[in-house]
Each structure stands twice: as C-alpha cells, then as structure tokens.
Design a protein around this ligand. Structure first.
Ligand SMILES: C[S@@+](CC[C@H](N)C(=O)[O-])C[C@H]1O[C@@H](n2cnc3c(N)ncnc32)[C@H](O)[C@@H]1O
Length: 454
C-alpha cells in the first residue's frame, strides 16, 4: 500500500523523530537512498544539533536491524496485512528507540502517536499506540545500542561460505555507528588534520591505517564547510576506495583508463597520482555521471579537459577505445554493493541472492572487454565493493581461464603483491574489510591486480 501524499510532508520536519520517519518512509516505500534523503531533510528542517543527531541515529539504526524490528511489530499485531507506510516508518523508529536506546518510553509513545494522528489518521494512531505499548512492556532492562547488522539468512549463509566464520562475524559485527566520514588528503596529511582540528575542536579525527592519505572524521558536520575544502585540499572518499586507486599505481607519463568511472572518485585519485603528465581516460555507460566530474575537477584545480571521457557500454563493445593501448586499466565494476551495507544498510532491502550471479555475468563481460585494452606487460586492476566470491575470484578466474580475447591471444597473471599494508589471500585476491582495519570502519572490497603477459 503506498502512502497518500500528505500536505504536512511539504513542511519541514519539526523534530528528529518526525524527520527520521519521513526519511524511512521514502527509503522503504519509494526506494530512495537514505543518505541524500536524510541530507535534504536535515538541510531544510534547521533542527538543533541534538535533534539532527537523533534523526541520523534513528534512520541508520532502524535500517541496520530492520528484520528484527519488523518481527517485533508483527509479534504484537493480530493481522499481517501491509501497514500504511508512514505509520510503519513511525512505528519502526519508536520500536528501535524502545529496544535499543535509553529514551523514556512515554516520550517515545507520546510523540509517535501524536505524529501519526497529525500526519495520517486517528485510527492508525490508536493501532500504533496499542502495538507500541506491548513492545514497551517487553523492553529489556538495559537496551543495547544496535551496532551489529541484522542480515537476511541468505546473506549470512553466503558470507559464512565466502569469507569464513571469523571475517563473516567481523563483517556484521560491532562497527562504529555512524561510520566516519573519510577524507583523502591531497596535501600534507598532518597539516590538513591540524587545520580541521583547529576549526572543529570537538570533532574526532584519526589517521587512516590503510591508506597514507586517509583521515577518518567524526562530528565535523558538513565536510564542504571545512577549511581547505574550497582549495581542494581533500576529497571525501572511503578508505577502501582510496586503496583501489592506489592498487592501480598510475604514474606520470602513462596512458591510464578508468573503465567504470562513474562520477570519478577513483579517476581523480589516479589523476593526483599521475601529476602533470600522462593521459587519463574515463568511461562509463552513463554519460551523465561522467559529466558530473567537471565541478570536482575544477575544485581540485584542474581543467575539465584534463580527463577525456567516453560513454561506452563495455558489455557490448569498446566504442572508440583502441585495443592494446593503455598502460593501466581499472575496472571498478558494477556489483551488488554488499560490501558497503554498514554505510548504506538500505542495500539489504534491494539486493537478493539472485543478484549475485546476475552481477557476476555482467562483471565477466566487462572485465573481458577491458582486458582487450591493456597493452602487453600492462596492468589490469579489477575491484568490487562486494565480499562475495562469485563477484571476486569467480570473475577473475573466468578471465584467467580464457585463452584469448578478441582477435589476439592475450593472457594475464594474477599478481600476489600487497596493496598498501594488505597482503593478498592465498588465492591472490586482496580482501579488504573491517577485519583488516583497526577502526573496523573499512568497507568490504575485493581487488585483483593482473599483469598482461608480453
Ligand atoms: C562501482 S561503480 C563505479 C564507481 C566509480 N569508479 C567511483 O569511484 O566513483 C560502477 C560503474 O560502472 C558503470 N557501469 C555499469 N555497467 C556498465 C557497462 N556495461 N559498461 C560501462 N560501465 C558500466 C556504472 O554506471 C557505475 O558508474
């Protein structure tokens, strides 16, 4: 059942709870992404910092443990017919607060019931009141903060097989909530850290342990307002992505291709590594994403022409790209995105077991095409932000077992060298994740570095 548009939704939210319920309503009912939806609501509501914090905690908290909250609500209602979506969003927030925070139950119930009455209907508010009272009665004495993810059964099984028990536990385990905003420093890291510390004395800043450019920040607010942002001193980029760009090892004077460049997060990191010389080309099958690189290029002090861009669907062909012409090619492939669920828990609502083989097939096609573009002795780097073996070593083995590509015989060997401080596993894959990061905030990525034989 879709929610009726309500006039009240046009006005900014007046409390953190209301704001969180609106965001969750859009995520659950309209497939919106949590982060941009939350940012948009926060910036038009102008709430106090503590209400902003409450809204953020609620949105991410609810999404992290959603299946358990749905079970709690279902256990206390007689019928299983779909709930009106905004009412459900309000009830999920309230259940989360009752089960996982020390907030006073009467305050949670009062506000939630009033909100449903105001935004929807008296009958729905009475229904919510009855269910929430029962959840409140069963509330644990000392509610525990929910920093562990509640994963669907199919994914738990996949992870146990693909990562082994220890890494699977680490993947879903206690991780910092909310995750830090990570910066990639483009100038001396300590100087950038000092400048931010002076401007935000209450923030927590730590140096990343995996990339020598990474700074992990908490409580800095909008990173676009930090000193040095306008000068291009840093870029917002998670640490695993920084390592992917570093794995390419792009150098001045080389021809480098970012084959699935999107909006260019890794393209720009490679451009920094290349300095003034060389030629950097970015491709994607979505030209509008490539176009969005312009503003960021300018902020970082580059002319937009610094990165040549081509719209190409690599599952179909090579477009204008010439075979054997690049020293290095990065394939940051489209994937299930399951490695980023800690940061984007709504992925769990959208990805099912059938998506893993579907993405693997697409990844194999794209990697095989991209391999045609690497010159003899050149480097092909394959990366995905997913921990599944199918999307990682499965795709790489499909490439290694192919005798030839296009008209020419080409073969690759999987390099077994570390990327930053992380050594590959026995099968040659670099597997990044919270298990290799002292701050436990690293997304789960896989990287393979393949050298084309002469
Ligand atoms: C993981 S994202 C890349 C993120 C990007 N490298 C970054 O760092 O911001 C994968 C990209 O592959 C693109 N893509 C999907 N299918 C493609 C295809 N058949 N050919 C080329 N690009 C494709 C998507 O549009 C998406 O931007």
């Amino acid at each position: 059942m879709r929610g009726r548009p309500s006039r009240s939704h046009e006005l900014p939210a007046t409390t953190g709870r209301e704001l969180a319920a609106r965001v969750l309503f859009r995520v659950l009912d309209e497939d919106a992404w949590a982060s941009p939806t939350l940012d948009a609501e926060l910036s038009r509501a102008h709430l106090s910092p503590s209400e902003n914090g409450r809204a953020t905690d609620l949105v991410y908290g609810v999404l992290r443990v959603l299946p358990a909250l749905e079970d709690a609500i279902d256990a206390h209602r007689p019928r299983r017919d779909p709930l009106e979506p905004f009412t459900l969003a309000c009830m999920l927030c309230a259940s989360y607060e009752l089960l996982h925070t020390a907030e006073k139950p009467w305050a949670i119930l009062d506000e939630t019931v009033g909100l449903i009455r105001r935004m929807r209907a008296e009958g729905l508010s009475r229904f919510a009141n009855a269910v929430l009272r029962k959840i409140a009665a069963a509330r644990p004495e000392a509610p525990m903060r929910a920093s562990r993810l509640v994963l669907p059964r199919w994914l738990e099984e996949h992870l146990a097989l693909d990562l082994g028990a220890e890494r699977a536990r680490s993947f879903a385990g206690d991780r910092p909530v909310p995750p830090p905003i990570t910066l990639r420093s483009r100038r001396e890291r300590d100087a950038i850290l000092t400048a931010i510390r002076e401007a935000r004395p209450d923030a927590t800043l730590t140096l990343g342990a995996l990339s020598e450019h990474a700074i992990l920040t908490r409580g800095v607010g909008d990173p676009r307002r930090l000193p040095g942002f306008d000068r291009g001193d840093f870029v917002v980029m998670d640490e695993a992505s920084q390592l992917v760009a570093e794995a390419v090892g792009a150098k001045s004077g080389e021809r480098v291709l970012d084959a699935c460049a999107g909006r260019g997060g890794k393209t720009l990191a490679m451009l920094d590594a290349m300095g003034a010389g060389g030629e950097l080309v970015a491709c994607d099958d979505h030209p509008e994403k490539l176009a969005r690189m312009d503003d960021e290029l300018r902020r970082l002090g580059h002319a937009p022409s610094k990165v040549a861009r081509h719209a190409v669907d690599l599952s179909v062909g090579l477009g204008k790209l010439a075979v054997d012409s690049f020293d290095r090619v990065l394939v940051d492939a489209p994937c299930t995105g399951l490695g980023t669920v800690h940061r984007r828990p709504e992925i769990l609502l959208r990805v099912g077991p059938e998506d893993v083989p579907r993405m693997q097939e697409l990844q194999e096609q794209i990697l095989a095409r991209a391999a045609e573009l690497v010159r003899p002795d050149g480097l092909l780097v394959y990366a995905v932000c997913s921990p599944t073996r199918a999307e990682g070593i499965g795709v790489v083995q499909a490439l290694l077992s192919r005798g030839s590509f296009g008209r020419h015989a080409r073969s690759f060997e999987l390099l077994r060298e570390p990327v930053g401080p992380i050594a590959p596993d026995d099968d040659g894959m670099i597997r990044l994740g919270p298990w290799c990061d002292p701050s436990a905030s690293c997304d789960a990525f896989q990287i393979a570095r393949l050298r084309r034989r002469r």
